[in-house]
Design a protein. Structure first.
Length: 76
């Protein structure tokens, strides 16, 4: 497994970890956007498995934006 795949997996695990604070989980989803299409599978998994509405919405939003080909900027 390459470093990018490992990083995506770690960020996905953080987003799904109910023992972490919500802000950490949100930031991990935001960080996944740095990997563009490579992160789609992880974002879909988060959207499917999370029980927190805001995380589901955030992952879904990024999935849509990546599929549209939008440039994502975490500072916006």
């Amino acid at each position: 497994m390459d470093t990018e795949a490992i990083t995506i997996e770690v960020l996905k695990k953080i987003a799904l970890d109910s023992n972490r604070i919500l802000a950490e989980r949100q930031r991990s989803i935001d960080a996944l956007t740095l990997f563009h299409e490579s992160a789609l599978k992880a974002l879909k998994n988060i959207s499917k498995k999370t029980d927190v509405g805001i995380l589901k919405e955030r992952a879904g939003f990024y999935i849509s934006r990546i599929k549209e080909g939008a440039t994502l900027n975490m500072n916006l």
